[in-house]
Design a protein around this ligand. Sequence first.
Ligand SMILES: Cc1cc2nc3c(=O)[nH]c(=O)nc-3n(C[C@H](O)[C@H](O)[C@H](O)COP(=O)(O)OP(=O)(O)OC[C@H]3O[C@@H](n4cnc5c(N)ncnc54)[C@H](O)[C@@H]3O)c2cc1C
Length: 468
Amino acid sequence: MKRAAKNALKTPRETEEITLVGAGLAGSLLAIDLAGRGHRVTIYERRPDPRRAGASTGRSINLALANRGIHALERAGLMDRLRPALIPMAGRMLHDESGGLRMIPYGNKPHEVIHSVSRGGLNSLLMDAAEATGRVSIRFGHACRGVDFASRRVRIRSGASSEIDEFPYEILLGTDGSASAVRAAILEKTGGDLTEEPLGHGYKELSIPAAPGGAFRMEKNALHIWPRGEYMLIALPNADGSFTATLFLPNDGEESFGALRTADDVRRLFERRFADAIPLMPGLAREFFANPTGHLETIRCRPWFFEDHALLLGDAAHAIVPFHGQGANAAFEDCDALDDCLAREAEPWDEIFADFESLRRPDADAIAAMALENYVEMRSTVRDPGFQLKKDLSFRLEERHPRRFIPRYSMVMFHRIPYAEAQRRGAIQEGILEELTRGAKSVEDVDFENADRMIEERLGNEALLLEV
Ligand SMILES: Cc1cc2nc3c(=O)[nH]c(=O)nc-3n(C[C@H](O)[C@H](O)[C@H](O)COP(=O)(O)OP(=O)(O)OC[C@H]3O[C@@H](n4cnc5c(N)ncnc54)[C@H](O)[C@@H]3O)c2cc1C
């Protein structure tokens, strides 16, 4: 009986039409992958079309793209078009409180850089490419309001109407971001678990305009950080010579968003802690009060799918804090992983969904934890001489053992070693670095014979298979 029921389930080869909710970064890329496998795809997207004039133009919001995201975009044939829009960032440019600057390179090799890219530009490029397949239709202004699993229908509110229409689906993929309506429906249906872990800190986007003539007012090829212990300001370059700055602060307390009530409060904080940024930010007070304060949290849920009906990907399944610059990269990697599962066309959808979840869940948990740790590194630890020493030493150890010892940051950003593996090896490596730097003032004080022995003993049997 069970077998007969199983056999009745459709496989990807038999399913013609796939419905997505959310045409953000993951949804648009996934649609391209699915169209490449011969499916027709309908995406219901809550927002209006961002490519139409008037839709959220004027603000340059960017994100950091790294190797995992680039690989997925390359696989979809999009990198030739995207590459001219990328601004390489070779390291962190630290701004100290007296205006001093210090560059800490991200990687050990010239190609080990991350890239600043316009979020809107990237999303538009993905939407264009999805529509150009001739198999993808994006229905803008259509917000998902729930799912009726019994009749395989998705509930949609379109435009300003208060009416809810129901549209049938064969397979439903929830790429509707951190407040996912598809997730709510799956968890309600399955009695699953949702954990929302607030960070207790929020963020505010601000801008550093270009100098006259479109010149950059600071080093272009760097991610700028003003690390201030409990909080920080960062800035990423945009193609037009401007930077998008983001202020991260606790929500409450003496120095917090809650304490900044007037333009004078904001100015005083910047005069005390970010003085060199003030001349770069002529619209500081106005933007501070005009722009919303964003909320930061880690979202974990279980399960990610319901039977052979629906699956969550990207932020809908695992929203993380932004401090490793990996949320979009991980969402793109999800698309690759599902596409790999779909290559096994004979498997029914419920098995594909289960395979996807068991493959990606450990990695989602690992990057969520590493992203939280990276906040402490960016706002505080980067200032310590011990951090610089460990960074220098880890590069030297990587040169001596290129297939065994790769700094954790590099494993996450410049390789596609699964996140969980990067986390596991990173913990072993941190132990080695800790022991080797005890009492050392510079890399020259380190006993490299001992280092080689430790690496052989603790990572010896585990040469990494590295992809380019
Ligand atoms: C401040 C900040 C900085 C970040 N920086 C980086 C970075 O540098 N690098 C990086 O890799 N990641 C970064 N991220 C994370 C990244 O933005 C997300 O991980 C990524 O956007 C996830 O893609 P997604 O497609 O899953 O979700 P989203 O991009 O959020 O897309 C979801 C889409 O679904 C639509 N939608 C939502 N609800 C509905 C509904 N009910 N019905 C229909 N449509 C709906 C939305 O309008 C949207 O288009 C950052 C995040 C923040 C907050």
